[in-house]
Design a protein around this ligand. Structure first.
Ligand code: NAP
Length: 156
């Protein structure tokens, strides 16, 4: 069975290119975005499922889980906003909206930590990828290869 990946922002610039690359590698896809027509068009081109909604709507995530079904092999958060207004013209609402949309990716990733230890091969895979031409735009980063543990908040 094809590995299934959920892509938030699936018809945006980065999201749609990611969807195309993953489709060409045999993944089954489920796309999420706000505009029902654009979403349906993109999903139809890719043979993907889709759910329409706004990530600032708290009810979206459980609805997407139901629509998408289990098991899920990966999640891509390609939703983003960037407000290019000069600082003096930015309102508190602008800041809050950008924060909610962009920080939601971190909050979602916290739900997906894996209950096992990693292997040396899994570390080597990232090294091999970072050295490949596909990673040419990544430099000077510290990337956690830890099954999501570093995203977990201590309880209490
Ligand atoms: N690090 C880098 O080098 C780099 C380079 C390029 C871009 N970026 C950043 O990466 C992010 C994505 O870039 P992009 O070029 O793919 O942008 P994009 O084409 O504007 O796509 C963003 C997607 O996010 C969706 N979206 C925005 N707010 C949403 C919300 N509240 N709920 C659901 N979906 C929402 C948009 O849908 P709608 O059509 O409904 O708005 C759109 O599909 C941006 O934040 C950008 O600044 C970083």
């Amino acid at each position: 069975m094809a590995r299934k990946v959920l892509i938030y922002g699936g018809y945006g610039g980065i999201g749609s290119t990611t969807a195309g690359v993953l489709k060409s590698r045999g993944y089954a896809l489920h796309l999420v975005g706000r505009n029902q027509d654009r979403l349906a068009g993109a999903a139809s081109d890719l043979g993907a499922g889709f759910s329409a909604g706004d990530v600032t709507d708290g009810g979206l995530f459980s609805r997407v889980s139901e629509d998408c079904g289990e098991p899920l092999d990966g999640l891509v958060y390609a939703v983003g906003t960037i407000n290019l207004r000069v600082l003096q013209r930015l309102t508190e609402d602008d800041f809050l909206n950008d924060f909610r949309v962009n920080a939601m990716g971190g909050a979602i990733s916290e739900l997906h930590a894996l209950p096992r230890l990693g292997t040396a091969e899994e570390m080597a895979s990232l090294t091999a990828f970072l050295l490949s031409p596909e990673a040419d735009w990544i430099t000077g980063q510290i990337i956690s290869v830890d099954g999501g543990r570093s995203t977990l908040r201590p309880k209490g």
